[in-house]
Write a protein that binds this ligand. Structure first.
Ligand code: HPA
Length: 275
């Protein structure tokens, strides 16, 4: 894994992808956020040596470097998921690469099902903590000491200062940001109503199939994390409606404009962390 990360990082440094402060992972349908970025350089993931190609509709795989809210950002458009058959360590490869390219902060976005009965499609939830229900860890396997410790702390995955900033920016923009716990499940099937009741009893407000492996790897490497979920649908059994991927992607897109404005302003106002 280490050689793979090094090769990809060297390739991207040669192409001028270094020097970004903040990384952003775009969730399904949140491609519009990339349109808000003044793109300096762009590369298809398949051009990066050994990079696994994303196979999901609505997840076009690209790395972008450019400016957003006056800051230099690295954007991953098209994340990798465990359900595509990749090892979780591999799904987090782009995060390792972004950390090696020098980001100090990672903004993770995703589309998620709303478990909380008060949530509505189009709502945005600030992730306060997570449940890793993937059944595995992206840190499985030999630890690379230069990257981080064998047993990293997960007491404060989602940075308190960044959460305060997100709430402040949202309030000023008239966005009623929801808050809650994001449960990450393997997928690719959506949940059953019984599973949603279980997740609710475990304390989750939203459910999705990504993000948590990325957050774990970012924390492993000492990168600060901010997580935002776009509630694309009521989770299974909440309204009785059936779920389908196209509707989930469309709902993400509908919220894209609002979320991209929110993220751009949060990014512009982020302070670099004291290291
Ligand atoms: N369940 C799991 N993942 C999801 C959902 C959902 O309801 N909506 C968007 N991603």
């Amino acid at each position: 894994m280490r050689e793979r990360v090094d090769r990809a990082t060297d390739f991207l440094v040669e192409r001028g992808f270094d020097g970004a402060e903040i990384g952003i992972v775009l969730g399904s349908g949140l491609g519009p956020l990339a349109d808000a970025v003044e793109i300096e350089r762009e590369v298809a993931n398949r051009e990066i040596p050994d990079f696994p190609e994303s196979t999901v509709k609505g997840h076009e795989g690209r790395f972008i470097v450019g400016r957003l809210g006056g800051r230099r950002v690295l954007v991953l458009k098209g994340r990798l998921h465990g359900y595509e058959g990749y090892d979780l360590a591999l799904t987090a490869l782009p995060i390792r690469i972004m950390a090696r390219l020098g980001i100090h902060t990672l903004v993770i976005t995703n589309g998620a099902g709303g478990i909380d009965l008060d949530f509505r499609p189009g709502d945005v939830m600030l992730i306060e903590d997570h449940l890793n229900l993937q059944g595995r860890s992206p840190l499985t396997g030999p630890n690379v000491e230069e990257w981080g410790p064998r047993f990293p702390d997960m007491t404060a995955v989602y940075d308190a200062d960044l959460r305060r900033l997100a709430l402040e920016v949202a309030r000023a923009r008239g966005i009623a940001l929801r808050r809650g716990i994001y449960a990450s499940v393997p997928g690719p099937q959506y949940e059953t109503p019984a599973e949603i009741r279980m997740l609710r009893s475990l304390g989750a407000q939203a459910v999705g199939m990504s993000s948590v492996p990325e957050a774990i790897v970012a924390r492993h490497m000492g990168v600060r994390v901010l997580g935002l979920s776009v509630i694309t649908n009521a989770a299974a059994g909440v309204t009785g409606a059936t779920l389908n991927h196209d509707e989930v992607v469309a709902a993400g897109q509908a919220a894209g404009e609002e979320v991209s404005g929110l993220v751009a302003e949060i990014v512009s106002r982020m302070e670099a962390p004291a290291r």
